[in-house]
Design a binder for this molecule. Structure first.
Ligand code: F6P
Length: 556
């Protein structure tokens, strides 16, 4: 199938023309247009999104929306929601949006109602979660579970780990969840060293159930469990005791339930999902089992409802009022016309401290592509580099570059009105101090400080250039009432759809990830060389050989 090339559309030419004469001036735009903020502020679910401090004009926004139309964004969006095989290189449907459709909805794909299947799995996840939370589910020695350790990586880790941190106040007292992802043995070792095997339950989450890191960690965890229980005299030294321990302390989440069984986990303790859920889009599938246990089925259901609300917004709002569409298109304007390469996400909400890491996989694994979906090379740059840290920590680290560096970094600021912990410092509401920083930063970035203003403060002449702020640094401000499960779901779905919009404009397959394969294969080839296999060593390039020699000497 031949796709339209965005750079060949009339809207692209118009944007290129607008870009040539573009002279951003937020001060003047705000002064001359009292309606700018109202016109550029939108609501999506509980999210209040102010786009007014972006470097854009009505003419640019109109051209961007035209670009979306000319790239058939609506048709592509509807095809995704309908279950068409929009992941072309893997010939798969892309239906993470079906994971949050309400019970009773129907979506027939390949003769099956996928919404009914989703709710069947959700029911079993919720039943399991209730058993663990109530203490009905006990370990091999009859004790209730206090710690749930999720073993997974990429999409089988980042989503659940991020949401767990974001929603910690919702976690049932007495229950703790931990996340092991890295094949660096220190990850598993450190996360288990203070745990009691009798009260620990592992969830092995892997879509494919072939991922080296996850399966290695799962085996290490199984050994840790057996060793620990054996040392306590809690189980006997027999095959059947070991199998019994695994049955009470291991469950799995995967699309490959046959492989789960081969690993030794009872299929009755497995939760499935489907190949139409991409790993980085899977936090709302059974991959969220750890969350359902931690925050409870009711809160997990609110989280799913939040995502669904944004899906509805994305599906039904006209393009010029559609928040993920507008945010995605602004990213295209910045990436392709103004040549800004990175995109910061700066939550003024400490519990969202893993949000940027989560978004890195979502956006960069999705849109870091150099060929179009039909295999032709792309004709424009793709993919924004996402990064970020919570405010105010970032202010004391990298904001210097944001304010006065030579590169412009568009940034999304996220804050909530109601704090989780309404603490006071004397009479001062600390959350208000926090929000004052959020507002101060977006204001300083947008409007800067002119040389004249710096001089008027009596600044020594030689310091004037240092103390001047150029302004016109674009930001989006996202506010929500509170960091609830629904709001966290809404934030995730918002960025999922932003990613989709950009993928459509760039004509790429946002749902495959072939770029991760080569390194995985090479690691398997190199591993024997590290252990002394001379033939494997000889097959390596000179630098790799030298590094392996260093390792073998230094390891001793
Ligand atoms: O290597 C990348 C990747 O395939 C991601 O897309 C995925 O989220 C991660 O590995 C983990 O995969 P799995 O859930 O199959 O273990």
């Amino acid at each position: 199938m031949h796709t339209v090339d965005a750079t060949q559309t009339p809207a692209w030419s118009q944007l290129a023309e607008l870009c040539q004469s573009f002279d951003p001036d937020l001060r003047n735009w705000f002064a001359s247009n009292p309606d700018r903020v109202t016109a550029m502020t939108f609501t999506a679910g509980d999210l209040h999104v102010d786009l007014s401090k972006n470097l854009t004009t009505p003419a640019i926004m109109n051209a961007l929306v035209d670009l979306a139309s000319q790239m058939d964004l609506i048709g592509r969006r509807d095809a995704m929601f309908a279950g068409e095989r929009v992941n072309r290189t893997e010939n798969r449907s892309v239906l993470h949006t079906a994971l949050r459709r309400p019970r009773g909805d129907q979506l027939m794909v390949g003769g099956a109602d996928v919404v009914a299947e989703v709710h069947q799995v959700l029911d079993s996840v919720y039943e399991f979660a209730r058993q663990v939370r109530s203490g009905k589910w006990v370990g091999a020695t009859g004790r209730r579970i206090h710690t749930v350790v999720n073993i997974g990586i990429g999409g089988s880790d980042l989503g659940p780990a991020m949401v767990y941190e974001a929603l910690k106040p919702y976690v049932q007292p007495g229950l703790t969840c931990r996340f092991v992802s890295n094949i660096d043995p220190s990850d598993l070792a450190e996360k288990t060293q203070d745990l009691d095997p009798e009260t620990t339950l592992f969830i092995v989450a892997s879509k494919t159930f072939t991922t080296l890191e996850t399966l290695t960690n799962a085996r290490l965890a199984r050994q840790w469990l057996w060793d620990g229980l054996l040392a306590k005299g809690a189980i006997g030294d027999s095959e059947s005791s070991r199998a019994g321990a695994v049955a009470r302390h291991f469950v799995a989440v995967s699309t490959a339930l046959d492989k789960v069984e081969a690993f030794g986990i009872d299929p009755a303790n497995s939760f499935g999902f489907w190949d139409w859920v991409g790993g980085r889009y899977s936090v709302d599938s059974a991959v969220g089992t750890v969350l359902a246990v931690g925050i409870g089925p009711e809160n997990f259901a609110h989280f799913l409802d939040g995502m669904h609300q944004i899906d509805q917004h994305f599906r039904s709002e006209p393009l010029h009022r559609n928040v993920p569409v507008l945010m995605g298109l602004l990213g295209v304007w910045y990436r392709n016309f103004l040549n800004y390469t990175s995109h910061a996400v700066l939550p003024y909400a400490q519990p969202l401290h893993r949000f940027a890491a989560y978004l890195q996989q979502l956006t960069m694994e999705s849109n870091g592509k150099r060929v179009q979906a039909d295999g032709r090379p792309v004709t424009c740059d793709t993919g924004e580099i996402y990064w970020g840290e919570p405010g105010t920590n970032g202010q004391h680290a990298f904001y210097q570059l944001l304010h006065q560096g030579t590169q412009v970094v568009p940034a999304d600021f996220i804050a909530v009105a109601r704090p989780t912990y309404p603490l006071k410092d004397g009479t001062v509401d600390v959350h208000e101090l926090f929000l004052a920083n959020f507002l101060a930063q977006t204001k300083a970035l947008a409007f800067g400080k002119t040389e004249a203003e710096v001089r008027a403060e009596g600044t020594e002449e030689e310091l004037v250039p240092h103390r001047t702020f150029p302004g016109n640094r674009p930001t989006t401000s996202i506010m929500a009432p509170a960091l609830t499960p629904a709001v966290v779901g809404q934030l995730i779905a918002l960025y999922e759809h932003i990613t989709f919009v950009q993928g459509v404009i760039w004509g790429i397959d946002s749902f495959d990830q072939w770029g991760v394969e080569l390194g995985k294969k090479l690691a398997l080839e190199i591993a024997p060389a590290l252990s002394g296999d001379q033939a494997a060593l000889a097959a390596q390039d000179a630098s790799t050989q030298a590094l392996i020699s260093y390792y073998r000497q230094a390891r001793g």
